[in-house]
Design a protein. Structure first.
Length: 294
């Protein structure tokens, strides 16, 4: 092969690689636009319909004594209920989910680990109404505990747990084994390696896993109908009595044929988006600060 032919062959390979790179970049750009357009359309339409109904009174008043056809009223009671229910569900499911993920990645092997993964996979596909029915049958009926925000938190935690486990497991797998081996080489026990090396290295990904789980359950309505039941007045006690939430507020307001109620439903949906966005931003800020301190 002459120098000229080798140069021509190399140029043809470079041309093909550049063409493949251009095609791949164009395909990724098209996929990005295709994913963003529906999301931006939903957010934009929700903002256009719900922004006009937002006011100071919407965030400081409940629906107590306000009929569907009446203007006014607010979602304060629903916001309190959502924050308490999601907070309790997060407190129950995130520690358990992280422990299971650490076990699967750092300690799990054999049949037990395979069984745990199988159960988590089954739980991932469980419909939300089934989780609500389970808590309703066991907590509300069998134990006679009645409707409450705590019952709703139990149902939401059932939905959150498999998401936390699977997402956290993948994030922990991304931590390089070299970090673990370097820690072991210094004589550090495995549990301290997990606490001081693996978890801090995966903190950003674990935060994303938690926020995915929170976003997964924040908008759930079906399990709350069977557990929290809903309440038009403010009930700050999540452990006793029916309690409202933003998904229940939106569901009940949008079911009304009256325009004021539908407007409140759009405002509630926009508030729900704002709550999820706010929690995500706070989690990101806390994670960044913890990494800087470390």
């Amino acid at each position: 092969m002459t120098v000229h032919s080798a140069h021509a062959l190399g140029r043809s390979h470079f041309t093909r690689r550049r063409a493949a790179n251009t095609i791949a970049a164009a395909a990724m750009t098209v996929a990005l636009i295709a994913a963003l357009v529906p999301l931006l359309a939903v957010i934009g339409y929700t903002v256009s319909r719900g922004a006009g109904a937002l006011s100071a009174g919407f965030f400081t008043h409940s629906m107590r004594g306000v009929a569907d056809r009446d203007p006014g009223g607010g979602a304060y009671h629903a916001i309190v209920g959502t924050l308490e229910q999601v907070g309790l569900a997060t407190a129950m499911s995130v520690p358990a989910g992280l422990l299971v993920a650490v076990y699967l990645v750092e300690y799990g092997s054999g049949r037990l680990a395979a069984l745990v993964r199988f159960v988590i996979d089954v739980m991932t596909g469980v419909p939300s109404i089934v989780a609500g029915l389970f808590v309703y049958a066991f907590w509300v009926l069998a134990l006679h505990k009645g409707y409450s925000g705590l019952a709703a938190a139990f149902a939401l935690s059932v939905l959150m747990l498999p998401v936390v486990v699977r997402a956290s497991e993948e994030m922990l797998k991304l931590v390089p084994d070299e970090l673990r081996e370097a820690s072991y080489a210094l004589g550090i026990p495995r549990y301290r390696t997990v606490l001081r090396v693996v978890l801090p290295a995966a903190s950003a990904g674990l935060t994303t896993a938690v926020m995915l789980a929170v976003a997964r359950v924040t908008g759930e309505t079906a399990p709350l109908l069977l557990t929290a039941f809903g309440f038009d007045a403010i009930n700050p006690n999540a452990f006793k009595g029916p309690q409202s939430s933003l998904p229940l507020f939106v569901f009940r307001q949008v079911s009304s044929p009256y325009a004021p109620a539908v407007q409140r439903a759009w405002a509630g949906a926009l508030t729900l988006i704002g709550v999820v966005l706010g929690l995500t931003v706070v989690a990101r800020v806390l994670t960044r600060r913890s990494r800087l301190v470390a």
